[in-house]
Design a protein around this ligand. Structure first.
Ligand SMILES: NC(=O)c1ccc[n+]([C@@H]2O[C@H](COP(=O)([O-])OP(=O)(O)OC[C@H]3O[C@@H](n4cnc5c(N)ncnc54)[C@H](O)[C@@H]3O)[C@@H](O)[C@H]2O)c1
Length: 370
């Protein structure tokens, strides 16, 4: 694209753990330029400026009021996503945020409604489904390599984020939990591969009512009261007729489960970890009967967090739909909540939303890179 590309200016709100990879990667994309950052903790914002002197540290209000900023990148904890998204929209900016779009499904719908009224875009992580691994799987499915998808599995297990995150409390508050935290990667990948879902059944439990922070950081030994289920399983029926078995858990010491597998009428597909952009893609067909590695047919196998907001910026400029969209994120959020709702009510939950599958990322999309 060369140097004629006009970059959309981004203001980042929230300079915590995940912000590091965004600041690093967003220097790489031609379609965006981070110009400002804000954090309730001024030391966190200053640390960004120390590393990237062309970025200005501001208060959240100053950043929202800066007319040169076109996109708000919301990297706050989940409980603040709704307020920050609303404030960004009210300021007339496009908004893109970390997952989940909001804590409650209703709030995600409100974000979409307000953005529609204000004629601004909403984007949301995860953008890992735009990476080489899942985009290669998408091409295989779309080309009929495993026939018609009939089923899938999706599993995430860990003994808990308090083992490594310096401030893990939010994972155990409303808005946290394994389904809202990790479910977005898995369900976004499944919707991207197989299309929207129509109903969900689930079971959920709290295993440990209190957790202890065990990483070596300053909060070591601190107790966390657990407000949300930490072991959640269930099934998802997709509009295309496929049925997925899903489990997400913060309560499992070890497991030998695959990340995601898709089962088709002509074969099976081993989908790499949807929390990453790359990792090995494998296929087994009825003809061959054994697993073989598939080389990537798409770019972005390395950690490319930020690709979703870069795609949103170029799509705005081109007047085309962006891929990591608020509509997709809200549909996924409804699915994630439906596991708990089904568990609480003892009934299968019919979903009220749907979405289009995002367009595949073209193989020449390396042009996004500077
Ligand atoms: N940590 C990870 O590995 C990881 C990975 C993928 C996604 N995420 C997602 O990224 C988001 C942030 O996670 P994190 O681990 O970086 O959290 P964090 O607690 O390390 O950082 C969040 C920061 O946002 C700031 N903040 C909150 N409200 C604000 C406001 N109104 N104005 C300015 N600053 C505000 C906080 O002060 C804090 O520094 C979450 O949604 C999480 O699910 C995190």
């Amino acid at each position: 694209m060369g140097s004629t590309m006009i970059s959309k200016k981004i203001g980042v709100i929230g300079c915590g753990v995940i912000s590091g990879i965004y600041f690093q990667n967003l220097t790489e994309f031609e379609t965006v330029k981070v110009v400002a950052c804000a954090d309730l903790n001024p030391i966190a914002a200053q640390a960004v400026v120390d590393k990237y002197p062309y970025i200005t540290a501001m208060s959240t209000e100053e950043l929202l009021g800066d007319p040169s900023i076109e996109i708000i990148l919301n990297l706050t904890q989940p409980e603040f996503h709704f307020e920050v998204m609303k404030a960004g929209i009210a300021a007339g900016k496009h908004v893109y945020g970390e997952k989940p779009l909001s804590v409650s499904f209703d709030d995600s719908q409100e974000i979409l409604r307000l953005a529609n009224e204000a004629d601004v875009r909403v984007g949301c992580a995860p953008d890992t489904f735009l990476g080489a691994g899942i985009q290669t799987c998408r091409e295989l499915i779309d080309s009929g390599a495993i026939g018609q998808p009939i089923g899938a599995t999706a599993f995430f297990t860990t003994p808990g984020h308090e083992k490594w995150h310096p401030a893990p409390e939010f994972y155990y508050r409303i808005g946290g939990g394994p389904m809202l935290d990790m479910g977005p990667y898995y369900l976004t990948a499944l919707v991207n591969l197989m299309g929207p879902a129509k109903s969900v059944s689930g079971s959920a439990r709290i295993t440990y009512p209190q957790r202890t922070i065990t990483n070596a950081g300053p909060k070591n030994g601190t107790k966390i009261d657990v407000e949300i289920p930490t072991h959640i399983t269930g099934t998802v029926d997709f509009t295309n007729g496929a049925v997925a078995t899903v489990m997400t858990s913060f309560d499992v010491w070890g497991a030998r489960l695959p990340f995601i597998e898709i089962y088709g009428t002509e074969g099976s597909l081993s989908v790499p970890n949807p929390n990453n952009f790359g990792d090995t893609v494998q296929i087994l067909t009825s003809e061959k009967g054994e697993w073989i590695n598939v080389p990537y047919s798409r770019p972005f196998s390395e950690n490319s967090r930020g690709l979703g907001v870069a795609d949103m910026a170029s799509s705005i400029a081109a007047g085309e739909p962006h891929r990591a969209s608020g509509v997709l994120a809200s549909h996924v959020l409804e699915i994630l909540h439906a596991f708990g709702k089904s568990s609480d009510t003892g009934t299968r939950v019919e979903l009220t939303t749907t979405c289009e599958r995002p367009e595949p990322l073209p193989s020449d999309s390396l042009v996004f890179r500077k």
